[in-house]
Each structure stands twice: as structure tokens, then as C-alpha cells.
Design a binder for this molecule. Structure first.
Ligand SMILES: *Cc1c(COP(=O)(O)O)cnc(C)c1O
Length: 332
């Protein structure tokens, strides 16, 4: 197993923060000239990350979360998401391989073909599904869910939406450390911006922390695709700081390498009517990515993130670049 770069950067945490490699690292970086952007555009491609190439960015979080569930002696992971949750599906699939069950509280959002297909996969995944429809009903049902999925006195290991706990956030720290090593090796120039979709925040927060740990000046441009959580720069920075605090609590010496507020920028103008609501700009970016760059995107996250990148580029708001687009979507 290839150890995580975080264990090399912070050797003090090796014993107390166990890691389980689930994919092939590092994920590739490539130039992406086909879209004709003004700024030099690169892609860091997470789409093949995972067992047998099955995954996406949620697998990176599970590499830290699953060993922790085992360390705690948990039998079940209890977590939440929307009907088409990539997170819930990835958790169900990888937890099962470790003999852990997954229980999911699901809330409603628009259902398209992709979400319908996700639901079929979720039903087949072995996860126990609870259709609670709204956030309010989910919160009201929480005590019942905990009781229902306890084994004797062992409570389920609860994880927030998207796996974006301070520990899960280390998954994106690792992506940023990889990018740092790739810059250092001369595979790509130091980017001005690293662009990602922001669904539950762990990815953007972890990237911001990881870029500082890697010693890069690159900033995170987070395209917000979810209106049901607080995902402004201060909230994302708060999560990044809680991850840094977790590392320090386990003995890591971060040398003062903490992200500052100006290292995270969020854009909310590409959200449209809300989480999982397709937008015209997103549809357009999805088609362009496919025809001009051979890139497969989906409507909820990556299409909106690329739409924002292309619009900001066209109006000269990316500080000249180079810019890296994080391809977070994995095959399903
Ligand atoms: C979950 C997800 C994201 C966003 O990651 P968060 O850590 O939840 O913000 C981006 N792209 C895809 C395809 C995802 O499934």
C-alpha cells in the first residue's frame, strides 16, 4: 500500500490517524487545451480513483473514515444525503468490504435520470435507506435512527452529509499534497486557482488546508452547488481549521501552515434553483466538455463547476491562470 503523503508531511500522526488506500495514487494531471480558455487550463482527474476505478472524490474521505470506524469498534455508519447521494453510495460500497453496515437518512430533491439510476444502485448496495424527505424530519428522526442502528451499547458512527467531518476532510488534503508534489516534480506550473464544486464543503476546505501544507500559493475557487448548507468562505475555513486542529491534537507540527480567509473564494451564481437542479449554463458546459475535451461531467456538481470556470475565464476573472479543474466525478 502506498502511504498517504500526509503521513510523510506529518509523521507524528502515523500511529493515531490510520489510513486505508482504496485507489491508485497519485491521480493524473493533464493540460486541457480543448476548451479554448484564455487562462492555461489543467485538470486533476479524480474520476478513476477507487477500487477498480470505481469512485470519485468521496473515496478519498473514506480512506480516513473507514479505519476510524473500525478503530472505534463501530458496526454501522449512520449518515445523510440527498436521494442521489454519491457519498452514501460510495460509503455503502466500501464499508461493506470491511464488514461495516451503512444506514442512510435521505432527503428529497429533483429526480432526473441520473438520480433514478443512483437510487437503483443505492437499493442494491445493501445500505439501509430511510426516506425522510426534508431536513426537518431528518433532524426529528435522529434519536430514532441512532437507536435503530445501535448494536447493544455500540452506537453507529455518525458522519455528516458528504462525509465532510474534520477527519473526512483529510481526503482532500491528500489531493492537494499530491498536486504539490506534481508541481514540485515539474509536471505542471504552480496554479493560481484550483477549482472545485462545493457540495458539503469538505473537498474545498481540505484543498485549502492541503495547499498550505504543500507550500503552494494556489487558492481554492469553490463553486457552490448546494443551498441547504452554509458554505461561505468563513464556514469552509472553519472546517479547514477543525481539520488542522485534529492533526495538531494527534501531534502534528504544522509549522503555522494554516489557511487564511483569502485562500478560499466561493461563487454562488452558478447554483440555479438549488441542489441538483440543472442549469442552462451547466448543461452547456457539460456538452462542451464532452464534445471539445472528451470529459464526462454530471449535472449536480461538475457541470456547474466547469460552467463557472468557463464564464469567469471568459470575463478575465481568473487572474491569468494557470487554473486547475478538479474532476471529482467518478464512474458509477
Ligand atoms: C460530493 C461531490 C463533490 C463535492 O464535494 P464536497 O466535499 O461534498 O463539497 C463534487 N463533485 C462530486 C461529483 C461529488 O459527488
Amino acid at each position: 500500500m502506498r502511504p498517504p503523503l500526509l503521513h510523510r508531511r506529518c509523521p507524528e500522526v502515523v500511529g493515531s490517524l490510520p489510513f486505508l488506500r482504496l485507489g491508485k495514487a497519485p491521480t493524473p494531471v493533464q493540460p486541457l487545451p480543448g476548451l479554448g480558455t484564455r487562462a492555461e487550463l489543467w485538470i486533476k482527474d479524480e474520476s478513476g480513483y477507487g477500487d477498480g476505478g470505481w469512485g470519485g472524490n468521496k473515496v478519498r474521505k473514506l480512506e480516513w473514515l473507514l479505519p476510524e470506524a473500525r478503530r472505534r469498534g463501530a458496526r454501522t455508519i449512520l449518515t445523510v444525503g440527498g436521494l442521489g447521494t454519491n457519498w452514501g453510495l460510495a460509503a455503502a460500497r466500501y464499508a461493506r468490504e470491511m464488514g461495516l453496515g451503512v444506514a442512510l437518512g435521505l432527503i428529497d430533491h429533483p429526480v432526473d435520470e441520473h438520480v433514478r439510476a443512483q437510487l437503483v444502485r443505492l437499493r442494491a448496495s445493501g445500505a439501509r435507506l430511510h426516506f425522510l424527505h426534508s431536513k426537518t424530519r431528518l433532524i426529528l428522526a435522529a434519536p430514532w435512527l441512532f437507536a435503530r442502528h445501535s448494536h447493544g451499547r455500540t452506537l453507529p458512527y455518525y458522519l455528516p452529509a458528504g462525509g465532510s467531518s474534520p477527519l473526512g476532510t483529510l481526503g482532500a488534503v491528500e489531493i492537494a499534497l499530491e498536486l504539490g508534489a506534481q508541481v514540485e516534480a515539474g509536471e505542471l506550473p504552480e496554479p493560481t486557482w484550483l477549482v472545485t464544486a462545493v457540495g458539503s464543503g469538505g473537498t474545498a476546505a481540505g484543498l485549502a488546508l492541503g495547499l498550505r501544507l504543500a507550500g503552494l500559493r494556489t487558492r481554492v475557487l469553490g463553486v457552490v452547488v448546494n443551498d441547504t448548507l452554509k458554505l461561505d468562505p468563513a464556514s469552509l475555513l472553519g472546517l479547514a481549521r477543525r481539520s488542522a486542529a485534529l492533526l495538531r491534537a494527534r501531534g502534528a507540527d504544522l509549522n503555522g501552515a494554516e489557511p487564511a480567509l483569502d485562500t478560499i473564494r466561493t461563487e454562488t451564481a452558478w447554483l440555479g434553483n438549488g441542489y441538483a437542479h440543472p442549469t442552462r449554463a451547466g448543461d452547456h458546459a457539460l456538452t462542451r466538455a464532452s464534445t471539445q475535451a472528451g470529459l464526462t461531467l454530471e449535472h449536480t456538481y461538475t457541470a456547474k463547476a466547469l460552467a463557472a470556470l468557463l464564464d469567469l475565464d471568459a470575463t478575465g476573472r481568473l487572474d491569468g491562470g494557470p487554473v486547475v479543474f478538479l474532476q471529482t466525478h467518478g464512474p458509477r
